[in-house]
Design a protein around this ligand. Structure first.
Ligand code: PRX
Length: 665
């Protein structure tokens, strides 16, 4: 290589279940909205449920198609094809379509670096850069169907890279730039990516993070990659460079032509693979295809955010998560909106960075996560109070249940009591928002994502697939296919079927399989959905999905660890926190420094997000007679509550007592 608060102690669910009042949409907001009354929305929803295909068929007509589809849906459970026979292109719809009218010179992207560097790209400029990047990819041997991994910070080039892939039909596989080398390598290998796009560095909390170094490390065990395209921002001295493999982004783009016709792709052509945690140790490559994904991303952005041409839309998610795909990039651009993008940490250099940017840039729609809201809430009202937030007209929330306290704080201190809040429920697998208020129509109840959107047949059912009575908890399922749904788990259709379509079916012997979300929910007397959180082995920490098994495998790969169990516990700030129980190998010393070391090790193996918030050493783990770890008991211990219920299957009560009294802590 050469060189170049404290809320009361009660579980999140209890808080959620404590329903508070209902907030009707402000009248002025409704008057200017696409759907301006609850009765109108109910009508649209009812109609759409009678004939969802008709509904989505109409929505699809708002996009550009090179060739129209001949069939709206082909459903061979559990495999769906939408807009069959149609030909389209995601990038063409996001950019080219806007170049012939008034949006040509409109800002598509307004970006601010953590160091306050600024860049603006109009639709015309963004299109030009994307075409160059697409040609550069082609010149590097990338063809339609080849997978391209994107490991990038929140800089405009990340958006350019995503759209360039879409333009030539190369499915992108964006990996969150906070993931470790081994997590990145695993995802690159699973997708068999041919090329990686990264950057020399980015700013985070005033420091420089170097993703290119992580890529170098990851590629030691990912031989499918032939080229690495590096956005050299010039902020890292002596970026490591492998001649023949590494390619300078700006160099190849400057040589590439700005003329690159968008590939005419089949509606079912893969658009992207995005890895997410499931209930096993191995992340799942969620595969989304083109036509259906675009239709739902475009529709939901337009209606849930009631997007207007004058808006400056800021979704604070990282492009490494599905929210970044659908609501930083595709949804807003498909609607010709202006997106705001920020590179750095939310509290840098001070806790009012968000409010400062909203004031300076006059941001009108803010879409963020409850964990961020709770973090701001802890620091008090004085930070947002310093700023004029009158440009805001709508607020959104995503990623986990928003507890009513955080909802109220958001409403009062950020929305100043004027802005509706849309609490949007969806998943990596669903592609786009599924359950959410429409801001001019739906009265909000803090803590509830309200009602399924038109065209979405969500229900809360029991094991037999029968809707449960109002107020009773059950499984959240989607009964009919929807356009943005995942098509499969990349390379593993059997796991797709098993994971999502084998748990709950329509009542009756030959009932069709329902899509099982992995979430529990209940409906109240008004039919509003209250999400109760995951009911599988998936944790939701700060709105990020983690698999308990993935963390356990990381723990046991540490040389000092013999056995480990991981559970989630409620946390006031992060929603859930990772709680680890670890049995050490003989001769290891269970002291604080080993605890720290093991925690850091998990951070390095997966990502800092996965680091246990608490780690307990225990000589034994409580197990059933058949050897299964008793997670329910561990969860109760982790939450600090008394252990209830039947423990007669416990093999070693001593282990439990020790854990409870925290002898080893
Ligand atoms: O448990 C639900 C929770 O996040 C899970 C999906 O996580 P992920 O695929 O990472 O996507 C996050 C962003 C879309 C869901 O199964 N979740 C997401 N949004 C909400 C939510 N829980 C309650 N309310 C929400 N608004």
């Amino acid at each position: 290589m050469t060189t170049k608060n404290s809320r009361k102690k009660e579980s999140g669910i209890d808080v959620l279940l404590r329903e508070k009042g209902s907030y009707p949409p402000p009248k002025e907001f409704s008057r200017a909205s696409r759907v301006g009354s609850f009765s109108e929305l109910k009508k649209i929803r009812q109609g759409s449920l009678l004939n969802p295909e008709k509904f989505w068929n109409l929505a699809a007509q708002e996009l550009f198609w090179f060739k129209p589809w001949r069939k709206t849906l082909e459903w061979k459970p559990p495999f769906a094809k939408w807009f069959v026979g149609g030909k389209t292109n995601a990038c063409y719809n996001a950019l080219d379509r806007h170049l012939t009218g008034f949006r040509r010179h409109k800002a598509a992207l307004i970006w601010e670096g953590e160091n306050k560097e600024k860049r603006v790209l109009t639709y015309l400029q963004l299109h030009r850069e994307v075409c160059r990047a697409a040609n550069a990819l082609k010149n590097l041997g990338i063809q339609s169907g080849d997978r391209v991994a994107i490991y990038m910070p929140m800089i405009p080039e990340a958006v350019i890279a995503i759209l360039a892939c879409a333009r030539i039909g190369a499915p992108h596989n964006v990996v969150f730039a906070g993931f470790s080398a081994s997590a990145l390598s695993e995802r690159i290998q699973d997708a068999q990516a041919k090329l990686v796009i990264t950057a020399d560095g980015f700013f985070r909390k005033g420091l420089i993070v170097k993703p290119k170094d992580v890529v170098d490390e990851a590629l030691k065990s990912a031989p499918s990659v032939q080229k690495v395209l590096v956005v050299n921002r010039g902020i890292v001295e002596n970026t490591s460079w492998i001649e023949g493999r590494d390619v300078d982004w700006f160099e190849v783009l400057s040589e590439a032509s700005e003329n690159c016709p968008a590939a005419k792709l089949d509606s079912e052509h893969p658009l992207f693979i995005l890895y997410t945690s499931g209930s096993t140790g191995k992340p799942k490559g969620i595969l989304h295809t083109t036509g259906g994904y675009l239709v739902q991303a475009a529709w939901t952005t337009k209606y849930v955010f009631d997007l207007k041409d004058e808006d400056l839309f800021w979704c604070t998610a990282d492009i490494g998560w599905v929210t970044g795909h659908s609501y930083v990039v595709y949804g807003p651009l498909l609607n010709g909106a202006t997106i705001f993008m920020y590179e750095g940490a939310p509290m840098h250099p001070a806790p009012d960075r968000f409010w400062d940017m909203i004031e300076r840039h006059k941001i009108s729609v803010l879409y963020t996560a409850p964990t961020a809201i709770r973090a701001f809430m802890r620091l008090g009202e004085s930070w947002p109070q310093k700023h004029d937030l009158s440009s805001l007209r709508l607020l959104g929330s995503v990623g986990e249940p928003i507890n009513p306290e955080a909802w109220q704080w958001y409403h009062k201190n950020i929305g100043r009591g004027r802005c509706p809040i849309v609490d949007t429920w969806w998943q990596t697998e669903t592609g786009s928002i599924m359950i959410s208020p429409l801001p001019g129509a739906t009265p909000s109840k803090p803590g509830s994502a309200s009602l399924p959107l038109p065209g979405i047949d969500a229900e809360v059912v029991d094991r037999e697939g029968k809707p449960v009575s109002l107020g009773t908890g059950g499984y959240l399922v989607i009964r009919k296919p929807w356009p943005g749904m995942l098509r499969t788990i990349y390379g593993n259709p059997a796991r797709y079927k098993e994971q999502y379509f084998s748990q709950v079916r329509a009542p009756g012997k030959k009932g069709i399989p329902y899509y099982f979300t992995g979430d529990g929910a209940r409906k109240d007397k008004d039919g509003y959905f209250w999400i109760l959180g995951r009911i599988d082995d998936v944790l939701n920490v700060s709105g990020h999905r983690l698999s308990t098994m993935e963390i356990e495998s990381a723990l046991v790969s540490h040389p000092a660890v013999a056995e480990a169990a991981v559970v989630g516990r409620p946390d006031n700030l992060t929603g859930q926190a990772v709680s680890a129980f670890v049995t050490l190998k003989e001769g290891q010393n269970p002291d604080e420094s080993l605890k720290r070391e093991i925690s850091e090790y998990v951070g390095r193996t997966i990502s800092p997000i996965a680091k246990p918030a608490d780690l307990r050493f225990t000589p034994l783990l409580p197990k059933t007679r058949s050897g299964k770890i008793m997670r329910r008991l561990l969860r109760e211990i982790a939450a600090g509550g008394a252990v209830k219920g039947d423990i007669t299957t416990l093999e070693d009560l001593g282990a439990l007592e020790k854990l409870q009294s925290r002898e080893e802590d």
